[in-house]
Write a protein that binds this ligand. Sequence first.
Ligand code: 5RP
Length: 235
Amino acid sequence: MSQTSQPDPAKLAAARAAVALVQDGMKLGLGTGSTAAIMVQVLAERVKAEGLSLRMAATSKATAQQAEGLGLKIESLDELGWLDLTIDGADEVDPDLHLIKGGGGAHLREKVVAAASDRMVVIADPGKVVDQLGAFALPVEVLQFGFESSRKLIRRALHGLGLGDHDVLQRLRGSDPWITDEGNFILDLPLGAIDDPVRLARALSSIPGVVEHGLFLGMCDLAIIGKGDGSVVEL
Ligand code: 5RP
């Protein structure tokens, strides 16, 4: 790595192992977040060293900007059509490889890109591995239009699922609303524990105004968990 600040060794180990899966000629999806940013850096170094010919789509404006700054050409997902491999981070990974994503507010594009990939590989540090999803507040992207109604409907849905009364918090950037790359707001649901992610995902997806939630169920094919000593564990 040629970064001036030292990257987290666990994230770097996971990033290196994932980049080792990349083969010449592949079409790739590049994730978002601090772990994905390390991966993009490692990937750019490999492309330069080996002269790999890759085509790439990014899951956020931030990742596109980083990648282009490192000399990687970013194209739109539609230009690429379908991807061989997407490498992305996660906020939580459970034993079934179900995920919570969206801590970086990019889960909408991340889900679209992962769904358009033959394979999704998650890279993470050991702090992301959980027995049960839900300690990380679940991000839900909602339209700005009528978002207070969407918020009420989400609260009502949680109640209807027997989850009790929960806060549905609007994510802020400083004192302003957090606006996603698609121009929407984000609501964070601090649920504590999610007993039935499939049921919750279905309920959230059926609420008008909800654009996408951060539950990635059955989408991840492999999770590479890096450790501080540079080794990795695959789940
Ligand atoms: C962004 C994401 C990220 O992948 C997730 O938040 C993990 O980020 P980090 O690697 O910085 O912990 O889902 O929307």
